[in-house]
Design a binder for this molecule. Structure first.
Ligand code: CUA
Length: 362
């Protein structure tokens, strides 16, 4: 086979692969479903890079195999035969330096355009605002217009643009919903904004959860920055609702807020539910010990000879464990909980938490 024929053959294989990439344009075999308007531009970029790298891969590997075969050792070659030493060709070297450089410039321009569309320092007119805070090890979502605060679940309305103001409370986390394609670091001291318009409900996209495997419904929201021992537990879910269902959710959430005890609100706002289990607060975390039956377990912990803290009562023990979690570690759990100072949780709020945590046994 001649070099010309091989080149033609690789060209045909490339054309078939490129055609396949465009024949299956939803990319479901490489990426999760694209559930936001902003995702389309990102997927177009991805598809372009996929096409170019596929063609490069086919030609490089094709020629490599061809030359391995062409210049193989033959039976009639002498024992000490060495290969032909070829030296540079200026035109070729200029060409294979210039072509990738040019392609990178084009990609940079396309990527930057895309980036500028998504990154906003000003809220979009008509957009809902959601303030996002990442902390060890949970997310807090505040809807400032209504005062609704969510933690493990973020609720959004289909077709409604949301401006996310994203920050971190302790270390750097990263807000990432693969179905929306956008990822933004949540860095303490900075607030970064991105906007997302979901154009599909999680049910339409097939994220209906799996009760048998304990997977809640909603688009997975992941922390994409290694942020400590509970990083892998920083899971949240985004539920995108039809406008009518969203309005109903909002009404219900406001009612629940009005009726909830102060303790539950404080519990959720501080992300306790990210790591602990407490039915009353809808908390199913497993990074830290359960908060069910805390009166009983706290009493036995104070009585533990290994206990070196100063708490004389169950109430004091809970206060101490929130202010200074490292004093006593429950067996089987690492020292991964942040200490909550009086600036983070005031003494009054602390009392409400103690009340919530102790009423579980009644
Ligand atoms: Cu937060 Cu990883």
């Amino acid at each position: 086979m001649t070099f010309g024929r091989i080149t033609a053959l690789l060209g045909v294989i490339s054309a078939i692969c490129v055609a396949l990439i465009y024949l299956y344009p939803d990319l479901r075999w490489t990426l999760p479903v694209a559930a936001a308007e902003e995702a389309r531009g990102i997927d177009d970029l991805f598809r372009l890079m996929l096409v170019v790298s596929t063609v490069i891969f086919i030609f490089v590997q094709g020629f490599l195999l061809y030359f391995v075969w062409l210049y193989r050792r033959r039976p009639e070659d002498p024992e000490d035969a060495v290969g032909l030493a070829l030296h540079g060709d200026n035109r070729l070297e200029i060409a294979w330096t210039a072509a990738p450089a040019l392609f990178l410039v084009v990609l940079t321009i396309l990527s930057y355009n895309q980036f500028e569309k998504l990154r906003l320092d000003q809220p979009v007119p008509g957009a809902h605002i959601v303030d996002v805070e990442g902390f060890q090890f949970a997310w807090r979502f505040t809807h400032p217009e209504t005062g609704i605060v969510e933690s493990n679940v973020l609720t959004m309305e289909k077709g409604q643009t949301v401006t996310f103001n994203i920050t971190g409370n302790d270390v750097t986390h990263a807000f990432w919903v693969p179905a929306f394609r956008l990822k933004q670091d949540a860095t303490p001291g900075f607030t970064r904004s991105i906007h997302i318009t979901p154009n599909m409900t999680h049910v339409e996209a097939g994220y209906t959860g799996d009760a048998a495997n304990n997977i809640p419904e909603g688009f997975p929201l992941r922390c994409a920055e290694l942020c400590g021992i509970g990083h892998s537990q920083m899971l949240a879910y985004v539920r995108v609702l039809e406008p009518a269902a969203y309005a109903a959710w909002e009404t219900e959430a406001l009612e629940a807020m009005a009726n909830a005890g102060a303790g539950v609100t404080i519990y959720q706002e501080n992300g306790c539910n990210g790591c602990h289990l407490l039915e009353e607060a809808n908390a199913v975390g497993a990074v830290g010990p359960t908060h069910e039956n805390l009166a009983e377990t706290s009493a036995s912990r104070i009585a533990d000879p290994a206990y070196t803290g100063e708490a004389a009562s169950v109430e004091d023990y809970i206060r101490e464990s929130i202010r200074n979690p490292g004093v006593y570690l429950v067996e089987g759990y690492a020292n991964s909980m942040p200490a909550f100072s009086p600036e983070a949780i005031s003494d009054e709020e602390l009392d409400a938490l103690v009340e919530l945590l102790l009423q579980q046994d009644e």
